[in-house]
Write a protein of this length. Sequence first.
Lengths: 285, 315
Amino acid sequence: MNRGGIRRLVSVASPVSIAAALFIVIVVASAIFAPWVAPASPLAQHIPNRLQSPGADGHLLGTDEFGRDILSRLIYGARVELVIALGATAVAFVLGSFLGLIGAYIGSWVELVSMRLVEALLAFPPILLAMLVVTIYGSGQLTLIVVLGLVFAPAFARLTFAQTLSVKSAEYVEAARAFSAKTPTILGRVILPNIAGALIAQLPITLANTILLESGLSYLGLGITPPTPSWGGMVASGQRFMAVDPTLLIVSSATIVLTVLSFGLVGDAVRDWLDPRERKALRAR
Amino acid sequence: MTPYIVRRLASGILLVWIVLTLIFLAIHAIPGDPAYQLAGGDSGVTKEGLEHIRNGLGLDKPFLVQYGDYLGGVVTGNLGTSFSTGQKVTAAIGSRLPITLELISCAAVLSIIIGLPFGAWAARRRGWRDSVLSGVTSIALAVPVYVFGAVMVLLFAVTWHVLPAGGLPPFGAGPGAHIERLIMPVVTLSLAFLAIIARMTRASVGETLRQDWVRTATSIGYRPNVVFRDHVVRNSLNPVITVIGLEIGTFLGSSVIIERVFNLPGLSSLLIDGVTSRDYPVVQGVVIVISVLFVVINLIVDIVYGLLDPRTRQR
C-alpha cells in the first residue's frame, strides 16, 4: 500500500472506524509491551486483597478472586489472545487459500478432493470441532492455533476458489501460461496477487472470529489453562463472583466486545475501500 | 418436487457418513499409538489407563473391524458406555437431548419472527431505520453469547431480581417455573441469530425493492403496501434462508455455551464434563448427535428452499 493509498483510506474512513483502528493499536501495543505497561505481574496472588473495587490499593481496575491485578491480567491476556488469533488466522489463510487455489486452477480430482474436504469441515459446528480436538490433544496455545485455523480455513478456501475461477482464464494468466511459467509460479506470482484484495478484507473478520471462539472455549474452561490469563476465563470467574463485585465481569466482557467490534469495523472499512463501487460512493460523499 | 427431495436426502445421507467417518478417524486414527495419546499423551499415562482406553474403544481390534463396529453401533443406537459413569451413552444423551432441542427451537422461532420483520422494516425506508438496524445488529454480533448471558443474569437476576438465575426444573413439575427459567437462555441465544437474519433480510429486501417489476407494479396503481407484503417479501426470502442454513452451525455451538451460562441440564454439561475427563465415548456420542442434527437441519432448510422457489429444484 503506497502513501497516497493510506491517505485515501484515512480520508474515506468514518470517525468510528478510525476510533476502532486506534483501539486495535492500543490493544496490540499493550500486548507487545506488556511487561512494561502492566502495573503488576498477572500471576501474583494476594488473597487478603481479593475482589477489591477499582482504584483500591493502587489497582486501577481492582483485583480478582485471588487478589491478582485485573488490569495486568487483561494486558497479558491480550498477548495470549493476539498470538492465538494471529496464528490461527495465518493457518486458516495459508491452508484455505492453498486449497482454494489448487482446487480452482487445477480442477478435476484436485478440485473434488479439496472442496469435499472444505465441505466436511463446514459440516461441523465450529465449537464442536474445536472441542473434539481439544479432548484428544489437550488444550494449549498450539492446539488452539491449529484447531481454530482449521475451523476458519473453509472461509478462505471458498473465497479463493471463487476468485481464482473468475480470473483463471483472464488474458494475463493466459500470457503467463504462454510464456511457459510453471503452475506454482502462476498460482503464487500471477493469480494470488490479483485476488489478494478479497482475501485481505477477510483477515480482520477472521481475527475477530478467532478471538470470539477462543474466548468462548476459555470461558468453558477448555481453552487457555489457568493461571495463564485469558479474557474468556476472566469472564467466567467474573460471572462466578458477580454478586460480590461485578467489576471483573464488566471489564473483561467490555474488552472482548470492544476488540471484536473494532476488528469487525476495520474489516468493513477495508472491504469498502477495496470495493471500487463503494469507493466511488465514498469519494462522492 | 419428489425427485428434488430424494436428491437432497441422498446428499444428506452422504454428508452424515462423511461426518461420522471424520469423527471416527479423529479418535481412532491418531498417528502413533492412539490409546497412548488418548490416555493423556506424554503427561501421566498409566498402564491401567491405556488398557482401559484400548478395551473401551476397541482399539486392540483390526482397524476395519473398529470402523465396522463403530458404524454398526451408530446405526443401531449403541454409542458405547461412559468411561467415568458406566452409563450407556445413548441413555445419557436421550435424557438431555429434549432440553437442548427445546432451547434451540424456541430461540430459532424467536429469531425468525423478530429478525424478518425487523429487517424488512429497516429496508422499506432507508435513513434512520437503517442506522438503528446496523447499530443494534453490529453490537449483537460483536458481543459473545456468554457475555450477553452473564450480563443478563447480572441485571435481571442479581440486581433487579425479576427472573431466576439458572437451572431448569422439568416442565411437569410446574410449567410456570420452567418457562420462567427458559426466558433468559432463549433470548440470549436468539440475539446473534436474530441480528444475522435481520441484516440479510434488509439487504435482500432492499435489493428486491430496486427491481424494475416493483416500480412497474407501483406505477400501474398497486398500493405500495400490497406490493411489499405480497410480492417483495416473498421474493426476498431465498438469501435469508441460505444464511439461516449457513449460520445454524454457529447457532448450535452457541447453545452449548448458553447451557453452561445458565446451568441448563442439556447436552452441553455432558459434553463439557466429557471433554474435561477425556471420556471419549461420551464426547464422541454428543459430537455425533449435534453434527447429525446440523446436517438434518440443513437438509430441511434445503427442502424449504425448494418449496419456496421452484427454480432451485431444477438443479
